[in-house]
Design a protein around this ligand. Structure first.
Ligand SMILES: Cc1cc2nc3c(=O)[nH]c(=O)nc-3n(C[C@H](O)[C@H](O)[C@H](O)COP(=O)(O)OP(=O)(O)OC[C@H]3O[C@@H](n4cnc5c(N)ncnc54)[C@H](O)[C@@H]3O)c2cc1C
Length: 327
């Protein structure tokens, strides 16, 4: 019978990503509830020491697949390694992060394992052994609770910044199991040609605690400098609406929304953004939303916790000054 919870932990450049700690922590909570063992798997090259850190977050077994071919994520190779592990260990539940990489990997893995998958979940709980996964649908207009009744493992990915990270407990230890990596040529159809690292040094939008975003109301790409200055003061990452991206004012990787990134910061400051449903789909679950818009009827105000009706070119510099006093 399938038993245990397995968390797919993600690393980039040899460092575990925040989403990995979030999902291992959530796995720990579910394991405590159900009395099931918790394992994690990390793939990469030269990552054995980093992988051991997951013990402090509650993983009892850490599977490490360490090979040069796994240094960079490729869908085929990663799917094969994890699918082989799942077939051998038969966990009841497999969790991953709903990051760009995690979403692709989980979908491929679920297809390979012929099981169901609840993607981009914002809540997970167990009822009579069934994983109840809460996930947004229709761009966040409704939430559904989904279960995978018969197929195993039960699979789910968690939305970044939703599941809290447990306080690391260095007294915890884990058994580290090194996996044999034997990949066939068909598992290596994709190779990384070039890695274009973000040179800004800013936290990625999906992991940002504070975000300052600009929309069409910014009027020009050069005006984003006022958002950059505010962001510097509060330690935020700058995002954008699709209109701002389509206008060429910001790169596509800055886009927040249905066809951009899904973010979940502690505070999201939307400047000159009307609040279209496709934008809300990407930032609607932010913990605090502040909107600056000169139109009092802009839909964003229906979603905002704090609304400032005014010209952003006057309001944003004032916010910067005020934050400087308290930060
Ligand atoms: C399939 C599909 C997918 C999409 N995906 C996305 C997505 O991922 N992300 C996304 O953002 N959009 C997406 N869109 C587009 C979306 O529908 C909206 O068109 C877009 O979000 C609008 O961007 P905006 O709010 O910047 O611009 P607008 O809707 O034009 O709003 C600009 C706002 O700025 C305000 N403003 C103007 N000047 C000032 C000023 N000086 N001070 C203060 N406020 C000012 C105006 O009052 C207005 O409310 C998608 C659309 C489709 C059809």
């Amino acid at each position: 019978m399938a038993k245990g919870i397995l968390v797919i932990a993600e690393q980039r450049g040899g460092t575990l990503r925040k989403i990995s700690l979030e999902m291992v922590s959530e796995g720990r909570r579910l394991a405590d509830q159900s009395g099931q063992p918790l394992a994690a798997v990390v793939l990469g090259h030269g990552i054995a020491e980093e992988a051991k850190k997951l013990a402090a977050y509650g993983a009892e077994t850490i599977y490490v697949a360490d090979a040069p071919e796994l240094k960079y994520y490729t869908p085929e190779a990663y799917t094969t390694v994890i699918a082989n592990l799942v077939k051998a260990q038969e966990p009841d539940i497999v969790l991953g992060g709903a990051s760009q990489q995690g979403k692709e990997l989980a979908a491929k893995l679920a297809a390979r394992l012929e099981t169901g998958l609840a993607m981009d979940c914002v809540g997970l709980r167990l009822e009579d052994g069934l994983l109840i996964a809460r996930r947004p649908m229709y761009a966040g207009k409704v939430y559904a609770e989904v279960v995978c009744e018969t197929a195993r493992p039960q699979m789910a990915t968690g939305r970044p910044n939703v599941f809290s990270i447990l306080e690391p407990d260095s007294s915890r230890s884990a058994e580290v199991v090194n996996l044999e990596v034997a990949l066939k040529p068909e598992d290596l159809r994709t190779s990384l040609v070039e890695e274009l690292a973000d040179q800004t040094g800013k936290v990625d939008l999906t992991e940002a605690v504070y975000i300052v975003s600009g929309g069409r109301g910014m009027k020009d790409g050069s005006n984003f400098i006022i958002l950059e200055k505010l962001a510097d003061v509060i330690g935020a990452t700058v995002g954008a609406s699709r209109s701002a991206v389509d206008a060429g004012w910001r790169p596509q990787c800055d886009q927040v929304g249905q066809t951009g990134k899904v973010v979940n910061p502690n505070m999201y400051i939307a400047c000159g953004i009307s609040g279209a449903i496709q934008h809300l789909a990407g930032m609607g679950s932010s913990k605090v939303i502040v909107a600056v818009n000169k139109d009092p009827d802009a839909p964003i105000f229906q979603k905002a916790d704090y609304g400032i009706v005014g010209d952003l070119f006057e309001v944003v510099p004032l916010l910067e000054e005020e934050f400087k006093k308290i930060m």
